[in-house]
Design a protein around this ligand. Sequence first.
Ligand code: ZN
Length: 54
Amino acid sequence: MKCSFCNIEIEKGTGKMYIKNDAKVLYFCSKRCEKNLMKLKRDPARVKWIVKKK
Ligand SMILES: [Zn+2]
């Protein structure tokens, strides 16, 4: 699975899963990603520390 925010591949057993009220499932590789998406509602495309992997 991939982090819903930074799109990094998350290893099994790590990261965090979050189920929203609308039943969408989000995965986070770190607290930082969780905080950015949930609290700050940042757009990943605008966050500089994210390195997109293809
Ligand atoms: Zn992440």
